[in-house]
Structures are given as C-alpha cells and as structure tokens.
Design a protein around this ligand. Structure first.
Ligand code: HSE
Length: 291
C-alpha cells in the first residue's frame, strides 16, 4: 500500500495567467492498494467510478512506465474543495501518477511526472507547483517540452482563500475570455508579472499591490463569481496586499501581511450569501510527497 500527499494550488496568481501557480498547505491524501477488483472510496458518489481522474491518471502512468494495468483500491481523503480554483483536479492527476510510480517501486522522477501530468491536465500551472511546491512559473513549447522555474515567497505572507458554496467550471470560465488582447494589454501584464515575482520574494506589498492587477482574465471572469465585489470590498477594507481570482474561481484569494486581521474578514464574510468561508494558508514548499 502507498499513500501520496498532494498540496492544493492557486493558479494564475493575478497577472500570471496560465503560467504561474503556488502550492498551499491544504492537502489531499491518496491511498493505493492492489486489489482483486477496482474500488474507490472517500470521494463524492458522482466521482466514484473507473473514470475517476485519480484512477485514469494512475492507469496512464502505468502505461507510460511500460507496466500492465493494475486493479487497485483507491482511497481519497481530500481537504481541497472541488471546482473552486484550488487545483483539486491537479491533486487527482499528480496523486494518480505518483501513486503509479510508488506502487510499482519506480524511482520518482519529478521532471517525467511533470511531463505526464501536463499531458493529462493540458496546462502546467497547477500541476507544476503541486509537484515541486512553492511558487512556480511554467511554459509548454510547441514540442510539448515543459519548462519550469521556482521563485521564493516570503513566509510572512498569508494567502486567505475565500471560498463560496458554488463551483466554477474551468471550461465555462475559459469561454468568457477574449480571443485576442491588445498589444498594450500584453505588454502591461508581462511587465507586471516580472514585478510580482520580486514582490513575493522581498515581502514588498507595494510591488504586489500595483503588479497584481490582471487585465487578461479577471475583468472577464469576475462576473461569474457572485459576490466578487462584496468579498473584495471586505478584504480591501480590512487588510489586503492584493486580491485575485484563484485559478478560474470560484475561490477569491486575498494575500495579507497582517494575519491578525483574518478573523475580522471571516466574521464579515458571514453577512454575505453563498456561505463564504475564509481559510488562511501558507505556501507549501515540498510539493507532492509519499507518506
Ligand atoms: N490557468 C487556468 C485558467 C487554471 O485560469 O483557466 C485553471 O485552474
């Protein structure tokens, strides 16, 4: 039997659309045990089938490793909410792939794991930080080579994940994006991205405040998240270095310097519809682990 621990991730981080993501200390645990028939437990009934993403990723990894398909019992113990922009599908993909490596006693080569997970997930911005931990920028070239670079984040930052009771589908959130952006917008976003990376390293809230104003996806997606303006107003009114849509939503992320204000935000969110909860998180620096 093997057990795999995978962190949640927050993709895009404002101006890093489809290329930046950060691993956070909220985890899903996957247990894999050889079995005489397929079994899955711990997940919602709607995901309890052989089509479960953990299982399909596990079998794809076996095939990629040149191994025969294997019957397993998968148990999922997830603290990462589904379809909320916190990388739940990336945890399934990374968990399934690393589970296949571990159950076949294959040494874990994180570069190969990243290539396979990116192939399954179609974009690397969640799976890369889930594998390596920390703040990771990634890029897939025309030949499907995956490049990634890690950047430091000052541990004094708190990532307050404000999570509503509704889901957002990434496919829906991608449909509202424009086909093209102007030259000015592209230059503006790229310029801000380079500043953001330094801001995280230097605990420079001024740099982050200015630089985390995305123009590529947030202006189009915020209308999909009921309560966006109210949650933003609460966070900015209490304590906020910067505020962004986590992944494609529905979680809204508020980065804070002063964690003592978390309780005030949590209390004020209770006045809103949609049962918003706010979980203070720190950066996970380890990425996927066997436990
Ligand atoms: N970069 C992706 C998007 C992340 O924003 O569509 C989805 O989790």
């Amino acid at each position: 039997m093997v057990k795999v621990k995978v962190p949640a991730t927050s993709a895009n981080v404002g101006v890093g659309f489809d290329c930046l993501g950060v691993a956070l200390n909220l985890y899903t645990y996957f247990t894999f045990e050889p079995s005489d028939r397929f079994q899955i437990s711990g997940c919602e009934p709607r995901f309890a089938s052989e089509d479960n993403l953990v299982h399909t990723s596990f079998q794809k990894a076996l095939a990629a490793l040149g191994k025969e398909p294997m019957c397993v019992h998968i148990h999922i113990d997830s603290h990462v909410p589904v379809s909320r922009g916190l990388g739940s599908s990336a945890t399934c993909v990374v968990g399934g792939v690393v589970g296949a490596y571990a159950l076949t006693n294959t040494p874990i080569d994180k570069e190969a794991v990243l290539r396979l997970c990116t192939d399954i997930e179609h974009h690397p911005d969640n799976v890369a930080p889930a594998i390596f931990g920390g703040l990771v920028a990634s890029y897939v070239d025309e030949t499907n080579d995956v490049y990634h670079v890690s950047y430091p984040v000052d541990p004094r930052f708190t990532f307050l994940a404000c999570i509503p009771d509704f889901e957002t589908k990434t496919s829906d959130a991608r449909k509202v994006l424009p086909e093209e952006v102007s030259f000015h917008t592209a230059v503006s976003n790229a310029s801000k991205l380079s500043l953001v990376l330094k801001g995280f390293e230097m605990f420079d809230s001024q740099l982050l405040t200015v630089a985390l104003k995305d123009e590529i996806h947030e202006p189009y997606r915020k209308k999909l998240i009921h309560g966006y303006e109210d949650v933003k107003a609460i966070c900015l009114g209490v304590e906020s270095v910067c505020f962004y849509i986590s992944g494609s939503g529905s979680t809204l992320m508020n980065i804070m310097r002063d964690a003592s204000k978390v309780a005030t935000i949590q209390q004020q969110l209770t006045a809103l519809p949609n049962h918003w909860t706010a979980i203070p998180l720190a950066v996970d620096t380890q990425g996927v682990q066997l436990c």
